[in-house]
Structures are given as C-alpha cells and as structure tokens.
Design a protein around this ligand. Structure first.
Ligand code: NDP
Length: 344
C-alpha cells in the first residue's frame, strides 16, 4: 500500500521514512508538507513523483491519487484532527501519531469521519509491535508471575523545545500527552484493563500520576520534560518483570526475577506500518484502532483534571475487546502459543 506522510518533521524524517524503506506491505508513495524546500529534497531523495507531492492547500486533491492508500499524520498533536478528517474525506485510510488528538471531541470527529468514509483509523502506537513490550503484555495478562502487586512506569526526556511546550498545539498537562501516554499505555497493556480512577500531582515539568484499576490493582507513573527516565516494572506475587529502557526506538532491555529476556531488536515503525497495512489488505480490524487512541486521550485529560483540581477523578471502565491481545495476534499468529519462547 502506498503511504503518504503528512508533516515532515523529526519523527517523519528520522524514523518513519527510513522505516518505509524496510517495509514489505507498504512503501513511501507521497508527502504532504508546508515547506517547499523539504518537498524538493524529499522528492529527490526518495524519487517521488511530482503528482505525489502535496502542500497543506492542495492536500485534499490526494483523493484523486490512486497511488496513495494510507495517509500518515505526523504533525503537532492539535493539528491531527484536521489532517485526519481531510484524509478520511479523501477516502484514504489513516494512521495518526499519538496522542490521537488533544480533546475527546476531536477524537470523536476523527473516528466519525473515518467511519463515514469507510476507512480505517489507526494510532501510531509503535510499542504494540515491539517484542519486549509484547512480552510485558503476555507476562501481565497471563499472570505468569502471579497477580501484579505494584506496577511502575516512567518516561521522561530533557531539552524539550518548540510546540511541545505550547498547550494550544501539544494539549494540556505538560509532558502527559507526549511521554505520559507511554506510561498510561504500558500500565493498561500489562494489566489489560483501563483505570477507573486517577490522581496526580505536577512538580515543575514533571507529572506523577496514580492509576486505580478494577480489583484494587494500581500503577504509579511519572513523566517529565526535565528528567530522563525510561522504565517499566511489575512486581507480582511470585516474581517481577521489567524493561529498562522500556519505550525507546531501539535498545530495549528486559529482565525478570528468573533471568534476562532476549528478543530480537526490530524496526518498530516498519512492523507497525506493515501490520496496519496487512490488516487493511486482509479486511481485518487494525491492531491499534482510533477508539484506543480516544480512550487514552480521555484518560490523559482525566489525569490533567486531577492535576488541576487536586481531586481523585473517576473514569468509566472501558469495556472493549482487548486490543493488546489483538495486537499480539496481528504480529504473531501464535501469540499465546508462543508464551514459552521467553528465554531466561
Ligand atoms: P516536529 O516538530 O519535528 O514536526 C512536526 C511537523 O509538522 C513539522 O515539521 C511540519 O512539517 C508540520 N507542521 C504543520 N503545521 C505545523 C505547525 N503549526 N507547527 C509545527 N509544525 C507543523 O514534531 P515531531 O516529528 O517530533 O512530532 C510530530 C508528531 O509525531 C507528534 O504528534 C508527536 O507526538 C508524534 N511523535 C511520535 C513519536 C513516536 O514514537 N510514536 C515520536 C516523536 C513524535 P512540514 O515542515 O513538512 O510542514
């Protein structure tokens, strides 16, 4: 399937376009950019057809381009909605970067536009396709070490500049939407549940939040724009398992109370795009659906409300078929059968 990238910033340039040179089910077919210099450079570098190079004004003409099957939106967060809805109206499948949007209203508009157009909306949740994180899902979801008594997730970066510091473009809650989302996602996919209540405190450019799940299970999360952190740890009744670093593009390492984990280092973005393309081609549902992105935005906004009010914020439980289980199935047909591949 031909993919067009919208917004040729750091992530599109350094991760997605190179990954599209390694994919089997999709390839870089087009670009959408507001910068004519980038348009010329990319066109040359990736040997793109002139008809597959768009700007933000003529973007809607993509509807007439049969070479483009999927539009991948990689702009600042608050602009995702506009570009996703325009892609849907052009009849293209969409992948949208995380977070899906900065408000639930925008998420709903995006989901509705894709449903009305009969196209698939996926979220660029690359870690659903990463073997160490998949193993964390398995260990949590199958209770390999018993029930989890304590879960910790931390993700922080330093030296953040530009639109990420502007709530109009990035969304509310400082680092929550950018890196906090990885902590929330990890806690949810290890437990295979979503929280029913949240509390949180902000400390400068860092946010601590506490997630409460059905059954009394909890997760302690920390995200930051001023501190480097990259950690996932689960303490269970019969042992523990962890990743550090947990959420990077590469170099993820894992161990458990009975030894180290060893999995292949993969190109997460290539597998993500290939898996989504494969799901579309085979008429299956996407492993990382827009609904999942919407639920996460709702939870992040609830955490932000907890930060603002100092109160515990209640959430309706999300009752939906396990997306994480589906993800495993999408990547590895023998997802549950392969539990024993864990190497110590
Ligand atoms: P950048 O700032 O590097 O790039 C964003 C691009 O969006 C710009 O280069 C520009 O492209 C386009 N754009 C359009 N309108 C605007 C505007 N008003 N202000 C700024 N840029 C604009 O951001 P990133 O690439 O780091 O992030 C983009 C998206 O990808 C975000 O949603 C982010 O959360 C997500 N992301 C996901 C990651 C992951 O691991 N899944 C990692 C990093 C980011 P152009 O010049 O071509 O018009």
């Amino acid at each position: 399937m031909g993919i067009a990238l919208v917004g040729l910033g750091k992530y599109a340039t350094e991760q997605l376009a190179p990954a599209l040179q390694e994919t089997a089910n999709c390839y870089l077919a087009g670009i959408v950019t507001g910068d004519s210099n980038k348009a010329a450079q990319w066109k040359r570098h990736y040997t793109l057809n002139e008809q597959c190079v768009y700007n933000y004004e003529n973007y809607d003409n993509i509807k007439d381009n049969p070479a483009i099957d999927i539009v991948y939106v990689v702009t600042p967060n608050a602009l995702h909605a506009e570009f996703v809805i325009r892609a849907a109206k052009a009849g293209k499948h969409v992948i949208c970067e995380k977070p899906l949007a900065t408000t639930t209203k925008d998420c709903d508009r995006m989901i509705e536009a894709c449903e009305n157009a009969g196209v698939t909306l996926s979220v660029g949740y690359r870690l659903h396709f990463e073997p160490y994180n998949q193993q964390m899902m398995r260990l949590g979801q199958t209770h390999k070490f018993g029930f989890i008594e304590h879960l910790i997730a931390k993700d922080g970066i330093e030296g953040v500049t530009g639109w990420r510091l502007d709530p109009q473009l990035a969304g509310e809650g400082g680092p929550l939407m950018d890196v906090g989302i990885y902590c929330l996602q990890a806690a949810n996919y290890v437990y295979n549940m979503s929280p029913i209540a949240v509390t949180g405190q902000q400390d400068g450019q860092s946010v601590h939040f506490h997630l409460e799940y059905p059954g009394g299970f909890t997760a302690e999360c920390e995200c930051s724009f001023s501190k480097k952190m990259n950690y996932l740890h689960a303490n269970a009744s019969n042992g523990w398992f962890e990743l550090e670093p947990a959420f990077g593009y590469a170099g993820i390492k894992g161990k458990t109370s009975v030894g180290s984990l060893h999995f292949e280092q993969v190109n997460q973005q290539a597998i993500e795009m290939d898996s989504i393309a494969k799901a579309i081609l085979s008429g299956k549902s996407t492993p990382v659906p827009g609904d999942m992105g919407r639920d996460d935005v709702q939870m992040l906004l609830a955490i932000n409300r907890a930060l603002d009010t100092g109160q515990r914020v209640l959430l309706d439980p999300v009752i939906r078929a396990s997306a994480t289980t589906e993800t495993g199935g999408a990547i590895n047909g023998a997802w549950f059968a392969s539990q024993d591949e864990m190497q110590h």
